[in-house]
Write a protein that binds this ligand. Structure first.
Ligand SMILES: [Zn+2]
Length: 623
């Protein structure tokens, strides 16, 4: 057991009832062979057999529509969303005054001014290029603009770093002012919480995600984002000290599982157990509001030691329908095995169209053996069909919009107030969203005005709705198919190999339309499209997850894995063909396989010498 491992006591009453069911953390291994643990602020020595390591596992289940959903639930989600946005606003103000405080310092101000001037020039040049492109209707790259943009990019990076460095230097002299700003932020958040009209469980949930998101964006150097409210959201219940599975089914906790099978109101099919949750929509009421969902309880919660710490129900929109799901976060005994396999493999990730489909991974297992993971042509063509559905919807909407525009001058008088202004705005707009037009058509139903046009619009609306639902459901289904394929692949991999080496690839860089130097990312549209199809981040997630389950190790390998010939170690200029003939030793290899072999070899140690030698160009051009 390593230091900081969370453990529970095998005998909960070992140190008396006040410590029963409390968790401890391992501090150190004593020379006596005992573990020193910290248990509720007290240090104790225990035998290794007295403690059991624990870990957190999330169990997710599907839910069906809640029969007792009402306006108050919707309102509570709305209030939570509004509270989030208020917190984001407070955060933005806080960041602005913090930046101003440091930026106004005599040492920092000139550096910031320089960076700002460069950023403005960069934006202006980009705008100029965009205008030029629109005017000539082509992707021109005027050399003087490109040159200047490249220069600015380097200068800007430099200027920003200098300003950042200076800010860090002067920060210490502003201790009291920074503390005052932090206090102001805290007070503002407290006030917002009081005004949010949310019950504590609900605002706590929002506060927690705010704090988590805040530390994430500060690490990334980005900003918190406002969320538009569209009915999506989540309900959270914290279980004090964790609940056992029996506690959950026993019915005394704020979240309950009723295992008695009950029919689903308003529809046939299988009878289901129910999940009930206190959601606190009536503040001050003696009886908290219970909301219930039929739950698709396809596998039991873990047997043995299990403490459910919180229950989160999410509500999200798929086309015009709502989807609900619940996640139980459980503390369970950590049974993570140590992988018994001494085999290792190297994986090269990518997306390349081949005769077998979209190749997303090449796995080298040593001893000249490699295999690939493909997304099948069947899957790819199904996704393409879904895209076509979307295009058809866009086309149908544009047609009906054009017809409405053309006949607008012949509209009869007496346009109803209920939707007149909205409709007028839609007619004027060059581009409209299907949902906005559908909304007006629904309002129109109650008014016998311009029936000829209404009939056409209504026909469009009902066919659009059907297509929309089919498209969204098909897409959802195909993404599940891909996830399942990735999961099975990853499980097989993790069970076979004790060490999995993956070629690190910067997915964010590939996703960027423009490179940092201000030139366009050379990846063509089709490639970007295949990147979305491959969705390698999901694949990596699955590999990590399955490796955790089987106790395998995942390592990320960096270095010139693609350009280096695995056979002779020479550097090659890589073309677009999969098969490559090494320029130095004439060995013929598949590019992805070559990379996978280099990854398995642990590229870093293998190529360290070459990367450092001055005559060598680095893999990624540095500006
Ligand atoms: Zn070679």
């Amino acid at each position: 057991m390593k230091p900081a491992t969370k453990v529970r006591l095998r005998d909960p009453l070992m140190f008396g009832p006040e410590f029963a069911d409390k968790l401890a953390t391992v501090q150190e291994l004593r020379p006596s062979g005992k573990f020193r643990i910290k248990l509720v602020n007290e240090l104790r020595d225990v035998d290794p057999d007295d403690i059991i390591p624990v870990t957190t596992i999330a169990y997710q289940y599907g839910l069906m529509d809640p029969p007792d959903w009402d306006q108050d639930c919707h309102e509570q989600l709305f209030l939570m969303n509004r509270f989030w946005n208020t917190l984001v606003e407070i955060e933005h103000e806080h960041r602005a005054s913090y930046r101003k405080l440091l930026g106004d310092a005599a040492e920092v101000a000139p550096l910031e001014a320089r960076a700002n001037a460069l950023a403005t020039e960069q934006a202006d040049l980009r705008a100029e290029r965009k205008q030029l492109r629109q005017a000539t209707r082509s992707k021109v790259n005027p050399p003087e603009i490109t040159e200047r943009l490249r220069a600015i990019s380097a200068e800007l990076q430099h200027a920003r770093q200098a300003a950042k460095h200076m800010r860090a230097t002067v920060k210490d002299t502003f201790g009291p002012q920074i503390k005052a700003l932090d206090n102001a932020r805290f007070e503002a958040a407290k006030k917002a919480r009081k005004e949010s009209k949310l019950y504590w469980a609900n605002y706590n949930a929002v506060m927690q995600s705010y704090e988590a998101a805040r530390s994430r964006v500060m690490k990334e150097g980005t900003e918190l984002k406002f969320h538009r409210f569209d009915g999506q959201g989540r309900f959270v219940v914290q279980m004090m000290n964790g609940s056992t599975v029996e506690g959950l089914t026993g019915g005394t906790r704020p979240a309950r599982l009723d295992m008695n099978l009950q029919p689903i109101p308003g529809r046939g099919g299988k009878a289901r157990p129910r999940l009930a949750m206190k959601i606190y929509t009536h503040i001050g009421d003696q009886q908290p509001r219970m909301l219930t969902w039929p739950i698709i309880y396809n596998r039991p919660l873990p047997e043995g030691y299990c403490r459910i710490q919180n229950v989160v129900v999410t509500r999200r929109r798929v086309a015009t329908k709502w989807r609900y799901a619940v996640v139980f976060t459980c503390l369970v005994d950590d049974m993570t095995p140590i992988s018994q396999s001494h085999l290792s493999c190297g994986i090269n990730l990518g997306f390349r169209m081949t005769s077998r489909g979209l190749r997303v991974a090449t796995i080298h297992t040593g001893h000249y053996a490699s295999y690939q993971l493909h997304l099948s042509h069947f899957w790819m063509s199904h996704m393409a069909k879904i895209d076509v559905m979307q295009q058809q919807r866009d086309q149908a909407r544009n047609e009906i919009h054009a017809r409405l525009k053309a006949q607008w001058p012949q509209r009869p008088d007496g346009i109803p107030d209920a939707f007149g202004e909205r409709l007028g705005n839609l007619v004027k707009a060059p581009q409209i969203a299907s949902a906005s037009l559908a909304y007006v058509v629904l309002q129109w139903r109650a008014h016998p005005w311009w029936p000829e046009m209404f009939v056409q619009l209504e026909a469009w609306r009902s066919s659009d709705k059907k297509l929309f639902e089919r498209e969204a459901n098909d897409r959802e289904h195909m993404l599940l198919v891909r996830r399942e394929q990735y999961r099975l692949f990853a499980r097989n991999l993790a069970q076979r190999f004790g060490l999995i080496r993956i070629g690190a690839l910067d997915l964010r860089k590939i996703a960027q339309v423009e490179t940092e130097a201000g030139t366009e990312n050379p990846l063509p549209q089709a490639v970007r499209h295949n990147r979305q199809r491959a969705c390698l981040s999901v694949l990596v997630q699955e590999i990590e997850k399955q490796a955790r389950k089987s106790g395998s190790t995942v390592e990320y390998i960096t270095g010139a894995v693609t350009k280096t010939c695995h056979h002779c170690g020479g550097r090659c200029a890589i073309g677009t063909d999969i098969m490559h003939v090494c320029e130095h030793c004439s060995t013929v290899w598949d590019q992805d396989e070559n990379a996978a072999i280099n990854i398995l070899a642990g590229a870093r140690s293998l190529f360290e010498k070459q990367i450092r030698s001055p005559e060598d160009e680095p893999e990624v051009a540095v500006n």
